[in-house]
Design a protein around this ligand. Structure first.
Ligand code: C2E
Ligand code: MG
Ligand code: MG
Ligand code: MG
Length: 291
């Protein structure tokens, strides 16, 4: 590719722009193919009670399972889908997959009361969402009380009255609202006041900072987490820690009074089939223990 300056009104571009344009185009094609060929999946990651390590719920995490390229992670997909508008269809497909998976989990003994947290892009909060969600739940005989809607501050920052109305409707319908990646970006504590938030998910960077850096940094991280925990609890929210990878982090977060946690220590996100197998094996182990 050539690179020219824009002095004469000529287009300025370089190889990296060309690469990213090609990459974008390729991803747009992946997305369309995935919708058509049914390659989108909702992986599941357990969310455990920090007190006893028992599974309280799961988070659904989007994966594009490409037959040749393998598993593609959400970060890039979502950005591009938001920009070209396909996020509405992608989001709806992943929502269907996620609710279908919850229905399958529900057939397992002991997993019939677990909740499912689903991530939503700001652009998905259209007035048709509550109806679509309600229809899916009805189809699978699932109570809205078992659904957690995960949003980031980006949703609230839109300050769009329609988005607020949809959130309020979902909340009144019985779903819970979780504020994801809390403590990063433009965190504003006032969101906890202005929106029907039930769950605060403390960003994984806090968990990481508990066990890296100087003693002073670690001490301050503990204070920050404790502060978020105290305010969240006083606002009536439960608190979930993200990104727990070590026993030490689990122990610290439990001592800091956080309610739930998720991370590779407990389980990586996995396809529903693997999750069902893992849960069945665990319950067999428990059954043998009792015998
Ligand atoms: P998130 O909602 O904050 O999800 C947590 C991310 O942390 C996931 O990355 C998960 O795989 C990863 N994770 C979990 N435990 C650990 C750990 O112990 N250590 C580390 N290093 N990472 C851990 P993933 O699956 O790549 O998703 C990235 C982000 O993409 C999500 O962040 C969420 O914002 C977005 N996302 C995922 N699925 C969807 C979806 O269906 N719709 C929308 N709109 N966004 C989604
Ligand atoms: Mg999330
Ligand atoms: Mg998160
Ligand atoms: Mg995150």
């Amino acid at each position: 590719a050539r690179k020219r300056d824009g002095k004469n009104g000529m287009l300025v571009f370089d190889t990296s722009m060309l690469d990213s344009a090609r990459e974008r185009h390729e991803m747009e094609q992946n997305i369309e193919a995935a919708l058509k060929e049914d390659w989108f999946e909702a992986y599941l990651q357990p969310i455990v009670s920090l007190g006893d390590g028992r599974i309280a719920g799961f988070e659904a995490l989007m994966r594009l399972n490409h037959p040749e390229k393998g598993i593609l992670s959400p970060a890039k997909i979502i950005g591009i889908a938001e920009e070209n508008g396909s996020i509405a269809r992608v989001g709806e497909r992943v929502l269907e997959k996620a609710i279908g998976n919850l229905a399958r989990l529900t057939q397992l003994e002991g997993a019939d009361t677990t909740y499912l947290a689903i991530n939503f892009s700001p652009l998905q909060f259209t007035e048709t969402l509550p109806h679509k969600l309600a229809a899916l739940l009805l189809k699978h005989h699932i109570s809205p009380a078992r659904i957690v809607i995960e949003i980031t501050e980006a949703v609230l920052m839109l300050d769009n009255p329609d988005v607020h109305a949809v959130l309020k409707q979902l909340s009144e319908f019985g779903c819970r609202i979780a504020l994801d990646d809390f403590g990063t970006g433009y965190s504003s504590l006032s969101y906890l006041n202005r929106f029907p938030v039930d769950i605060v998910k403390v960003d994984q960077s806090f968990t990481r900072s508990l066990s890296t850096g100087t003693a002073d940094v670690r001490r301050k991280s503990r204070m920050l987490i404790k502060g978020i925990r105290t305010i969240s609890h006083q606002m009536g929210c439960t608190v979930v820690a993200e990104g727990i990878e070590t026993k030490e982090q689990w122990e610290l977060l439990r001592k800091l009074g956080l309610d739930y946690g998720q991370g590779y220590l407990f389980s990586r996100p996995m396809p529903i089939e693997n999750m069902l197998l893992m849960l069945e094996m665990e319950s067999e182990v428990k059954a043998t223990d009792c015998a």
